[in-house]
Design a protein around this ligand. Structure first.
Ligand SMILES: *Cc1c(COP(=O)(O)O)cnc(C)c1O
Length: 360
C-alpha cells in the first residue's frame, strides 16, 4: 500500500491547524441551551445580522448562474462608497482571501506582523512557505516603528497591520501609516473594523501607492458567514491581484448581499451605531467589577485585562453560563479577555453572569 502522507509537504508536519471557533449548535449542546440563548460575544460578529433588504436580495439572486469573475457591480458600488476608481478594488471570499492573494502574489522572503494581532497573516504566510517576522507592539499596544523597519530590512517586503487592531482595539494613526509607507515594502492595513472606527487610511493611497487597505463586510454588515471582503490599492497592483485570484472567489449570494448592504447602507449603519453604543455601555457597566481593566477601543469589541484572578477560568465560568468571550493563551495577552459588543440583551446576560460569579 502507498502511504498517502509521504506526498505531503514535510514542513506541514509541525503546522498547527488554524483553531476554528466551534459551530454554534455544538457549543449550545455542550453548554446545554438553545443556540439562540447564547450571548455570543467571542468573534466580533454583528449580532443584529444582515438587514432585511439584504436578506431579500439574497433570496432573489440567480444562484444557478456562475458569479461574475470581475465582480463588476460590487466593485462599482464600492467605488461609489469609498470615492475611488473601481480599478482600485479587488473582491474576495472575505478579506482573508485578499491576505492570501497578496502573499502569493509577492511571495516575499518574509512578512512582518505586529503582535498581538490577528492570526490569519502568519497562518497564510506559513502555508505559502513565507517567513514571519514579529515586530511586537509596545506595552500600550502602539506600533514599534524601529522593529518594523528592521523587519523590512531583513526581507519582510509585506507588512500586515490591523487598524483598529484585533484584539487590542486601537487605531494606527495616519502619521504612523505615512511613515511606514516610506519603507521599501508593501504596507497592508487591514481595516476589518473601519466602519466602527469611522476612520480609514484609503485617502492615503494616492500619495503612497505601496499602501494596500483591506476591508470586509463580515463585521459591520453582518455578513461573516457569506465571506466577502475587498482590497483598495494602486490600479496596477490591483490588476495583478485580479490576474491570480480564483475567478469565482466571490459567490453569487455574497455578491448580491454586499451590493444590497451598500445600497441600503443607511439602514446597515444603524446597527453599527447601536454596536458602538453597546461597546461603551459594556465598558461603563463592567466598571462595577474592579478586577476588569478595559483598553480603549475604536472597534466593536473591548480587550480587558483581568487582575487578581485567572482570565482563563473567568472565560470558562462565563461560558458555562452561556456567555462566550475570547480568551488568549499567548504571552503578550496573558490575563486578557476580549468581549464583543452585541445587543443590549447580550450585555445584560454578560453583566448578570459576572454578578452571579461575584455572589458564588
Ligand atoms: C475578523 C477579521 C478579519 C476577517 O475578515 P473576513 O473578511 O471575514 O475574512 C480580517 N481582519 C481582522 C483584523 C479581523 O479581525
Amino acid at each position: 500500500m502507498i502511504d498517502p502522507l509521504q506526498f505531503v509537504r514535510p514542513d506541514f508536519d509541525e503546522l498547527e491547524a488554524y483553531k476554528p471557533v466551534l459551530p454554534l449548535e455544538e457549543l449550545a449542546r455542550e453548554i446545554g441551551c438553545a443556540p439562540g440563548e447564547l450571548a455570543k460575544l467571542d468573534a466580533n460578529e454583528n449580532l443584529y445580522g444582515p438587514a432585511p433588504s439584504v436578506l431579500e436580495a439574497i433570496a432573489n439572486a440567480d444562484h444557478h448562474i456562475y458569479p461574475d469573475p470581475g465582480s463588476t457591480g460590487l466593485r462599482e458600488g464600492l467605488a461609489d462608497y469609498l470615492g475611488v476608481g473601481p480599478g482600485m478594488i479587488v473582491c474576495g471570499a472575505g478579506s482573508d482571501d485578499l491576505i492570501d492573494i497578496l502573499i502569493r502574489l509577492c511571495l516575499p522572503r518574509a512578512i512582518a506582523i505586529a503582535p498581538p494581532t490577528f492570526g490569519m497573516y502568519s497562518f497564510l504566510a506559513k502555508i505559502s512557505r513565507v517567513g514571519v517576522i514579529e515586530a511586537s507592539r509596545k506595552p500600550d499596544f502602539s506600533l514599534d516603528y524601529d522593529a518594523i523597519r528592521t523587519a523590512v530590512a531583513d526581507g519582510a517586503k509585506l507588512v500586515f497591520l490591523a487598524s483598529p487592531n484585533n484584539p487590542t482595539g486601537n487605531l494606527c494613526p495616519d502619521p504612523e501609516i505615512r511613515k511606514l509607507c516610506e519603507l521599501d515594502a508593501l504596507v497592508v492595513v487591514d481595516e476589518a473594523y473601519a466602519e466602527f472606527a469611522g476612520h480609514s487610511a484609503v485617502p492615503l493611497i494616492r500619495e503612497h501607492p505601496n499602501l494596500v487597505v483591506l476591508r470586509t463586510f463580515s463585521k459591520w454588515a453582518g455578513l461573516a458567514g457569506l465571506r466577502v471582503g475587498y482590497s483598495v490599492a494602486d490600479p496596477g497592483l490591483s490588476e495583478r491581484m485580479m490576474a491570480i485570484k480564483q475567478p469565482y472567489n466571490v459567490n453569487v449570494a455574497a455578491d448580491v448581499a454586499a451590493r444590497a448592504a451598500l445600497a441600503h447602507r443607511g439602514e446597515v449603519m444603524e446597527s453599527v451605531r447601536m454596536l458602538v453604543a453597546e461597546r461603551d455601555s459594556i465598558v461603563e457597566r463592567l466598571a462595577a467589577f474592579p478586577y476588569l481593566h478595559p483598553y480603549p477601543s475604536s472597534s466593536n469589541f473591548v480587550l480587558f485585562r483581568v487582575e487578581g484572578r485567572d482570565a482563563g477560568s473567568l472565560a470558562q465560568a462565563l461560558r458555562r453560563d452561556g456567555v462566550l468571550v475570547r480568551h488568549y493563551n499567548t504571552a503578550a495577552l496573558r490575563g486578557c479577555i476580549r468581549i464583543s459588543a452585541g445587543r443590549p440583551q447580550d450585555t445584560d446576560r454578560l453583566v448578570d453572569a459576572l454578578a452571579r460569579l461575584e455572589n458564588a
